[in-house]
Design a protein around this ligand. Structure first.
Ligand SMILES: [Zn+2]
Length: 432
C-alpha cells in the first residue's frame, strides 16, 4: 500500500463492510474529495478542490469545494479521473511457458476461476471496463455475469464471440489432429453463408460483440503469415449479420490487405493494424472505425522472441517482425486523424499491467491526455457506452480512479493506481 492510501483507507473504513464489496453501494451518499479532477477527458480540463457525490453506484453530482460528511473518501492529494477502459483483453488465460499444455488440460471451469483472479488484478489496476476479445465463451460469459451480479470483483466485461476462418488465426494449431478436432469451435467458418451462420451461433451463445480475424496472427502456432485470410465476401457477411443482430465487430488484422478488406466490409474496429497504409487511414476515417493498437502485446512478444524458449518457432518469427512496427503504425494513424481506442491484448502481457500501454502510446506520439482519452471517452464511444462510462458527470457510473502525481506530465503515474471505485464500490484499497 502506498502513502496516500492511508488517508483514503481510513476514510474507506468508515464505509460499512457491505459497500466495500463489488456490489452497488448501500443507500446514502459517499463524498469523494478530489484534489485535482479530470471529470471529462474530452475537454481536458483539470479542476481543483471538487467533491464527487456518489449515490446508488452513480455520480449524483460534482460540487465545488470539499463538502459532505459521513462517508468521505479523502483524495485531496490525488489526481482523480474516470475508470479506464481496455478494449482488448483475454481475461481467462495468460500466455507463458505452460500455455500450450494449459490449452488442453484446463477445463472451462479452470479457465473461469483463472479469470476471477485476472479480473481482480485488472480492476484493481484501474480498468473498470474491459472488452474480452476471445476467451472460452462459457467461461467468459459466466465471469461477465458473476461480476455484473456483484458475486466476483472485476471490471464490467463486454464479451466477444469469436468468428474465424477454418485453418486461420482463430483456429487451433500445433496439436495432434484428434486434439484439434476436440477443441474446434462451432463458430469457425468457410464461405459467406457459413460465416453468417457462425455469427448467429456466437450471438446465440451470449456474445455482446463479434471478434473476427481477417489476417493471420502472431500468437497462432502456424507459419501462415500475417496477410489476409478471410475473403472479402466472408468479412461482409460477418459485419452485415452482426450489425443486424445489434453487435459491433472487432477485426484482428495485421497485413495491409486484411486491414483494408476489414475496413471496406465495415468493421467497427481494427485490432493491432500493424501494416496500415495511407489507404487504411482513409478507410478508417471514411467508415468511422477505431484502431485498437495493442502496443503492449507487440512490446511483450518482441521481447519474448529473444528470451522465452517456450515460444514455438512460427510464433517467434512473427513476433520478431511485428513488435517494432506497431508503435510506428499508431504514430501514422494518430497523425492521420484515425480514432483510437486503448487496448493491450492482456493475456499476451500480464493481467493487471494494462496501464503500461499508456507510455507506449505516448512513445507513438500521443500526448498523455490523448492516451487517457483513448482509455476513457474514446474507448466508451468505441463500444457505444458513452452515456454510461468514460467521463464523470451526474448520472454516469461511479467508475473512478486516482493516482498520485500528475499523469498529464508523466503518464507512467497511471501504472501505480492508488484508488479505484467501480459502480460506487471501492475495489482499491481492498477491504480484505
Ligand atoms: Zn487478442
Amino acid at each position: 500500500m502506498r502513502k496516500m492510501t492511508f488517508a483514503a483507507l481510513a476514510a474507506v473504513l468508515l464505509v460499512p463492510p457491505a459497500a466495500a464489496q463489488d456490489a452497488p453501494a448501500a443507500a446514502g451518499a459517499t463524498y469523494i474529495h478530489a484534489g485535482r479532477l479530470l471529470a471529462d477527458p474530452a475537454s481536458g480540463r483539470v479542476e481543483t478542490g471538487k467533491t464527487l457525490v456518489v449515490e446508488g453506484g452513480r455520480v449524483a453530482a460534482i460540487r465545488d469545494g470539499f463538502v459532505g460528511e459521513g462517508r468521505v473518501i479523502d483524495l485531496r492529494d490525488a489526481f482523480v479521473m474516470p475508470g479506464f477502459i481496455d478494449s482488448h483483453v483475454h481475461l481467462t488465460f495468460e500466455s507463458g511457458p505452460t500455455s500450450r499444455i494449459d490449452a488442453v488440460t484446463k477445463s472451462t471451469t479452470d479457465q473461469a476461476f483463472d479469470g476471477v483472479v485476472f479480473a481482480g488484478r485488472t480492476v484493481r489496476a484501474g480498468f473498470t471496463t474491459v472488452v474480452d476479445l476471445g476467451s472460452d465463451p462459457e467461461a467468459i460469459n459466466a465471469l461477465r455475469d458473476a461480476i455484473a451480479a456483484g458475486k466476483v470483483t472485476g471490471p464490467r466485461v463486454i464479451a466477444a464471440g469469436g468468428v474465424a476462418a477454418h485453418g486461420g488465426h482463430g483456429d487451433v494449431h500445433g496439436y495432434r489432429q484428434e486434439i484439434i478436432d476436440l477443441f474446434r469451435s462451432p463458430t469457425l467458418c468457410s464461405g459467406a453463408d457459413d460465416c453468417a451462420r457462425a455469427v448467429r451461433v456466437a450471438v446465440q451463445q451470449g456474445a455482446d460483440i463479434i471478434k473476427t480475424a481477417s489476417t493471420g496472427g502472431v500468437m497462432s502456432n502456424t507459419a501462415a503469415g500475417l496477410g489476409q485470410q478471410m475473403s472479402d465476401a466472408e468479412l461482409v457477411a460477418i459485419v452485415e449479420t452482426a450489425h443486424r443482430l445489434g453487435r459491433k465487430v472487432a477485426a484482428h488484422a495485421h497485413g495491409t490487405d486484411g486491414v483494408n478488406a476489414a475496413l471496406r466490409a465495415g468493421v467497427d474496429s481494427v485490432e493491432h493494424g500493424t501494416y496500415i497504409d495511407p489507404e487504411s487511414i482513409r478507410l478508417f476515417k471514411a467508415k468511422g472505425s477505431y484502431l485498437v493498437p495493442t502496443l503492449l502485446a507487440g512490446d511483450t512478444v518482441s521481447q519474448q522472441a529473444e528470451t522465452a524458449d517456450w515460444m514455438p518457432a512460427p510464433v517467434r518469427a512473427k513476433a520478431r517482425t511485428v513488435g517494432p512496427l506497431m508503435v510506428d503504425a499508431l504514430r501514422r494513424a494518430h497523425q492521420g486523424g484515425v480514432r483510437i481506442a486503448f487496448g493491450t491484448d492482456s493475456a499476451v502481457s500480464k493481467h493487471g499491467e494494462n496501464a503500461r500501454e499508456f507510455a507506449l502510446m505516448v512513445k507513438a506520439g500521443l500526448t498523455p491526455l490523448d492516451a487517457i482519452r483513448a482509455a476513457t471517452v474514446w474507448g466508451a464511444a468505441h463500444i457505444g457506452l458513452e452515456g454510461e462510462i468514460g467521463s464523470l458527470a451526474a448520472g454516469k457510473a461511479a467508475d473512478i480512479v486516482a493516482v498520485r502525481g500528475d499523469p498529464l506530465a508523466d503518464v507512467t503515474a497511471l501504472e501505480t493506481v492508488d484508488f479505484v471505485m467501480k459502480g460506487g464500490a471501492v475495489v482499491r484499497p481492498s477491504a480484505d
